[in-house]
Write a protein that binds this ligand. Sequence first.
Ligand SMILES: *Cc1c(COP(=O)(O)O)cnc(C)c1O
Length: 325
Amino acid sequence: MAKVEISEIESAKERISGYVLNTPLLNSIALSAKLGLEVFLKTEFLQETGSFKIRGATNAMLSLNKSQRIRGVITASSGNHGPALAHAASKLGIKATICLSSMVPDNKVKNVRINGGIVKIAGNDYDSALAFCEGLVKVQNQYLVHPFDDSSVVAGAGTIGLEIIEETRGDLDCVLVPLSGGGLLAGVAIAVKAYAPQIRIIGVSMENGASMFNSIKAGRPVNVTEVETVADALGGNIGLNNKWTFETVRDLVDEVVVVSENDIKEAIRLIFKHHGFVSEGAGAVGIAALTGGAVKCKGKVACVLSGRNISEKNFLDIVNNSGVN
Ligand SMILES: *Cc1c(COP(=O)(O)O)cnc(C)c1O
């Protein structure tokens, strides 16, 4: 197993600047008043393709050698890595094949195609889509850009941590980070702890099917069954042979918590009500952890709003059902 170095995150920042946004870190007056904290929102949903995944994908594409570029890239995705990789690849004229499971919502399948990716639907969960992808790699000899268990993807995501530190000069108490495979959390933790080790880093997953949460509790990577959740982008396992994220999360992250489906929906409503921002379930878990009480934070808290790719129907159902679920 291995850990990404802070220097790799610093280099990623240089490499991807000009390709991705340095997103605003907004002080949320309304959520601050409601929670009795100073809440800051890292607005990653503003990135092209609607999630932070463009950072890791772009860093990976810019790190390929010439022959890898010519052969093209391939991946499996629970929804947001696919469009991001397709987009980052097509900008550089690289062919991208994206394997998706039948659990991936339609809006996300379309999002891959719009961004120039070739879609392959395989299996009923993320793990089967990944297994299919690994089979295809052997035949097509393309470079596999793993959605989180890849050093350049972790380094790309870590640039969010650097931006948060630069913006706040390290004057923060907590950073809340959505957690699935842990590429985002590992990257942010490495960057933040390198400059401000006193800041608490907290990973947040949904109750249903939280692979990293259960792996941390078990002390080793374990598999869980992928189930339906409003935080669909957080589905999938961390991998029994996890290389880049499990140990980093175990060693650097202060706490990993889970939130209920209802708390996630309530957070989606609150983010929309107070800011007019559309957040997908995965992007709203940090706010859900604060409002639902899954974590106790004091002082200055930054939440990474990681994505906005929710279907209109699901979004409207959630905002219209205030107080019902
Ligand atoms: C992928 C994703 C995450 C989780 O990232 P990991 O690196 O897999 O932990 C969180 N939010 C959104 C919107 C995502 O697309």
